[in-house]
Design a protein around this ligand. Sequence first.
Ligand code: 13P
Length: 249
Amino acid sequence: MRRKMAAGNWKMNGAQAGLSVLDGLIASHAESPCDIVICPPHPLLIPATTRCAGGPVAIGAQDCHAEAKGAFTGDVSAGMIADTGAGYVIVGHSERREAYGDTDAQVQAKAVAAQSNGLIAIVCLGESLSQREAGEALPLITAQLAGSVPEASTAATLVVAYEPIWAIGTGKIPTLAQIAEVHAKLRAELVARFGAETGEAIRLLYGGSVKPDNAANIFATANVDGALVGGASLKAEDFSPIIHALEKS
Ligand code: 13P
């Protein structure tokens, strides 16, 4: 009942000359039953949306400012992102939380701005290795979800991505039981907060070292509705098999 989603976060990678990656995805997934999203750096949003118009690949940004406009040098508002034709924005990625100090309240404000501008907010959360080892993963994730997700969210405006920090870019992934445990907790919290209908309909992505060879097992895990993929989304020959695994799941 939940439409599956494969989202690629290019982080600070890519250039106009490399946008042919999108052509490969468009060609291989023309009739995809899944939502496919690529989130390139801001300068590539317009060429990417132009290239993907009318096709199976949607475009998203990697962050936005909570305010609509003003003296915020270097920042980009959700309205500006929507104006490029993008449909999504990632907020609360651990790289933003760690390097820029984004708090749950700031992430929530960014997500509100995204949703108010017609974008789907992909809200990221996840624990560090020391937090997991201290047994703090579930309480932390519960608090991040409560603090980062806007009150007015619906299944049409919110996607939640669980990204354990220690799995990002490391080649390590949690056990499937650990992923299932976190996703079950997230599902229960969403149902408690938004009611059964909305809480069951909000998509939950797993992110952190998703690769072609582990994707099928991850997608077979309860309450995993897709993936947020970093490194393996940069090349069509890596991302396309992940999308195929999702399409078959
Ligand atoms: P990797 O897939 O490279 O581990 O990155 C995950 C991530 O941070 C996606 O947002």
